[in-house]
Design a protein around this ligand. Sequence first.
Ligand code: HEM
Ligand code: PLO
Length: 490
Amino acid sequence: LGPRIHLRPPPHLPALPIIGSLLSLRSDRPPHILFQSLQEKYGPTYSLMLGAQRVLLVNHHVHAKEVLLKKGKLFAGRARSVTTDVLTRGGKDIAFGDYSPTWRLHRKLVHGALCLFGEGTASIEKIVCQQSQSLCAALSEAASRGLDLDLGPELTRAVTNVICALCFSSSYRRGDAELQSMLSYSQGIVDTVAKDSLVDIFPWLQMFPNADLRLLKDCVAARDRLLQKKYEEHKADYSDHVQRDLLDALLRAKRSAENNNTAAAAAAAGLSDDHVLMTVGDIFGAGVETTATVLKWAVTYLIHYPQVQKRIQEELDRRVGLDRTPQVSDRGCLPYLEATIREVLRIRPVAPAPHPPRPFTTAAVLNLCVGHFTVNKGDRVIINLWSLHHDEKEWKNPETFDPGRFLDQDGSGPALPSPSYLPFGAGVRVCLGESLAKMELFLFLSWTLQRFSFSVPGGRPLPSLEGKFGVVLQPPKYEVHATPRAGWES
Ligand code: HEM
Ligand code: PLO
């Protein structure tokens, strides 16, 4: 027998009936930073009450891995909330859908379609390179006209087109009206969904007029119209013999379930029209907002740290040169760029405290534990990735942007200096797009930095590094001056 462990409830914030710990959570600081600072008083794992709901906050990597990996299946569920139900028709998607056979089927279908499309192989690479080319052309044009540019819409168009090619075999030109509407509804969704707004804590508040919920519903309606249109187009020219994209793969699974059974049986197996649409909506949303956000953070940090930008460019000049464009097979010989990408994902995790929390689901009568703290059935867990990535015991000066920490001792290869690092989560719910995202980050950054140097236009202040909290942590909007590098002046 091992040493006897005394299980006990975790330290907890004061709580009142109905409002729970809300009074202790009043703060100007965004939730991930507030949750991090509460560790000083309560230790790295503590609980609080959001309304009547008990929530366990995990701020240390050992407990995070116990939840995500060791006890992954017990914490694989998702709590429903008012806003995510609006977005996903009651959890009929992957990211906000509960742990169930339907969730597993859709994860598998998406994974299969991404592999078939050539994740990591030539064809996705070709699509990303085409978009990198188009991004560089837009930057060149602005530079030749002496214009400064908000890179946000350009980067978003590039990643949107990659996902559009994967999901719908289509793409958008600059200024396309459908693309513009997509950018604006998606912003509305990012601003209002799944961020522990009051209406998610106290669902009865939805009875009262609520501007955020109205905006979310309008934006979701606009997204649904667009998804429905793509769905009808695909159904109209669907063929069992060719699989053009992800939507075809989902349609094929649906048809084959219907042929073997009835439409009702297919729907019961999790292949209703709603499920298919919500899965595509998820991949679209997750594929665009996350990657575009990291690219924007990367440019923002490169502007703050020109010496890092210069070192990446020197590495590119040495290893790729001027005669050709970068390709995926260069990844291994550009360790400093790779380290920079890792550092951006550390210092500004896309989802600092992924939402909604994971409910602890088990049929067991006995209470289980995280570390030696008890958790009860129905408790929810939030893994605060921000705390993991800014833990001073693991990362020296965590707010300093230093890609060097991700290089091995002689600087010739990438390294993982601490286990307190989970930008894509871990375990059964790990990000489905991790390798696609890494490929995009590498290609978009290597292509643009080979040709341009980024800075703020003369006399303007540096952009803020604070970030706006939402379902993703958003960088500020600002204009960039892109200077063509020697040899790339058009
Ligand atoms: C989930 C990060 C790009 C699809 C997640 C999670 C994180 C994450 C932290 C939550 C894991 C959890 O709940 O524990 C990122 C980052 C990205 C990125 C940092 C870019 C750099 C993508 C892309 C796709 C994607 C390109 C599309 C193919 C998903 C999906 C889920 C997910 C579908 C939900 C998985 C599930 O709940 O089973 N991602 N992601 N992500 N991501 Fe990503
Ligand atoms: C982004 C806005 C889109 O319009 C809808 C959407 C769908 C999936 C969400 C994504 C949004 C935000 C980032 C999420 C993703 C699923 C997984 C990913 C939450 C809301 C992460 C980082 O967990």
